[in-house]
Ligand binder design. Structure first.
Ligand code: SF4
Length: 325
C-alpha cells in the first residue's frame, strides 16, 4: 500500500446491553471486534458487508463520532487518543464522513448555500465573500448549477442531494472521506454518475476513500482493495483486485453471485449458495465460525473453533477452516 494515511489497530466498539429498572448489564454487543487495516495516501479501499455487519459503526468510530472501546485510530501518524481538542478539530477537517442516509443528512430548513457554508463557519474559514465564492465553487465541482444555492433539500432529487453531500464533505479540503454506502439508495443510472464523480474528484485532489457498499459490482468500479466484514470482524481481505478474481470465503462468493457483471466477466470459480436467513445478532453470535449456521461448506470444527484471519499470500487474507482444501 501507499504511504499510510489512516492506520486502524485492533479497534473494538462494544455496547453494553442493559435491562430492567436498574439498568443491569446483561450482555455486550461486540459490533466492531478487533479490526486492523491501513489506508494509504490517495488510496481507495472498499468495505463490503450486509446490513448489521457493523460497517456504519466502524466508520463512526474511526471518525470519533463514537468513542472506541479499545484500539487505535492513527491519522497522518497521530494517535487520535493522544490528541488535544484543538488537534482533533484539525484532524476532523482532514477526515470527513458522508453518512449513509443522505436523504436526511442535509438539514431540511437550510438552503444549499447555508449547508455548504456551514463547515466553513464552524472552522472559521474565509470572509463572507470568500464563503459565498467557495459555496459556488463546490457546487461547480459536483456539477450542479449555482441556482441550486437558493433551494432546500426537499427540492432536490436523490442524486442531487448526494452531490450536495459530497460537496459539503469537500468544503474543508479533506485528505480522507469515509463514504458510508453513498450510492446504495440511488437508481442504477444515477449510481454510475455519482461513482464517476467520486472517481474524478479522487484523481483531481488525490483523495483517499474508505468506500462502503453492499454490492461488489459497485466497489469494483472504484476500488481494487476490498475488506469483507461479517458480524464486526473481517473474514476476507484482498488487495489489487484479487477478491474479484479469486474469492476464497464462502460469504464473499455470495456477493459475486449477486453481481452478474463480475460473475460473467471475471470470476469463473464454483458457485456456493448459502442459506441466507438473517444476519446473526452481535449480542449472541454463533460459536465457532460466526458464519457456520448459513454456510453449506461447514464441517464439525466450524461449530466449535473460530477461524482466524490467516495470510494466504501477500495480497490475500481469509478466515475459514477450509481455505486450503
Ligand atoms: Fe464455512 Fe466453516 Fe469456512 Fe466458516 S469456517 S466459512 S463455516 S467452511
Amino acid at each position: 500500500m501507499e504511504q499510510s494515511l489512516l492506520k486502524i489497530q485492533e479497534l473494538k466498539k462494544y455496547f453494553p446491553i442493559r435491562k430492567g429498572l436498574f439498568k443491569k448489564q446483561i450482555g455486550i454487543a461486540k459490533v466492531v471486534d478487533d479490526i486492523s487495516f491501513n489506508i494509504g495516501k490517495g488510496e481507495v479501499v472498499g468495505l463490503i458487508g450486509e446490513s448489521g455487519a457493523g460497517k456504519s459503526i466502524l466508520l463512526q468510530t474511526i471518525a470519533l463520532l463514537r468513542q472506541p472501546t479499545e484500539g487505535k485510530v492513527v491519522f497522518n501518524g497521530q494517535d487520535l487518543a493522544d490528541c488535544s481538542k484543538k488537534e482533533l478539530k484539525k484532524i476532523r477537517k482532514q477526515m470527513q464522513l458522508i453518512p449513509q442516509d443522505h436523504q436526511n443528512s442535509l438539514h431540511p430548513r437550510m438552503t444549499i448555500r447555508e449547508i455548504l457554508k456551514e463547515p466553513l463557519k464552524i472552522h472559521g474559514i474565509g470572509s463572507k465573500d470568500e464563503k459565498e465564492r467557495k459555496a459556488r465553487e463546490l457546487l461547480e465541482l459536483v456539477e450542479l448549477e449555482s441556482n441550486y444555492l437558493n433551494r432546500f433539500p426537499h427540492q432536490l432529487s436523490g442524486g442531487q442531494k448526494q452531490r450536495v453531500a459530497i460537496a459539503r464533505a469537500l468544503a474543508l479540503r479533506p485528505e480522507l472521506i469515509l463514504c458510508d454506502e453513498p450510492v446504495s439508495a440511488l437508481d442504477v443510472s444515477i449510481q454510475a454518475q455519482i461513482l464517476n464523480l467520486f472517481m474524478d474528484l479522487q484523481k483531481q485532489f488525490g483523495l483517499s476513500y474508505l468506500f462502503v457498499a453492499q454490492d461488489l459490482a459497485v466497489l469494483r468500479q472504484i476500488s481494487y482493495h476490498i475488506l469483507v466484514l461479517y458480524l464486526g470482524k473481517f473474514i476476507e481481505i484482498g488487495l489489487d483486485g484479487i477478491i474479484y478474481e479469486n474469492p476464497l470465503h464462502p460469504y464473499t462468493k455470495t456477493f459475486l453471485d449477486a453481481s452478474p457483471s463480475i460473475k460473467k466477466n471475471i470470476y469463473e470459480g464454483e458457485r456456493i449458495p448459502i442459506t441466507w436467513g438473517d444476519v446473526p445478532t452481535p449480542l449472541d453470535p454463533p460459536a465457532g465460525c460466526a458464519f457456520h449456521p448459513r454456510c453449506n461448506q461447514a464441517i464439525e470444527i466450524c461449530q466449535k473453533v473460530e477461524p482466524k484471519l490467516e495470510k494466504v499470500n501477500e495480497k490475500h487474507f481469509v478466515a475459514c477452516h477450509r481455505v486450503n482444501e
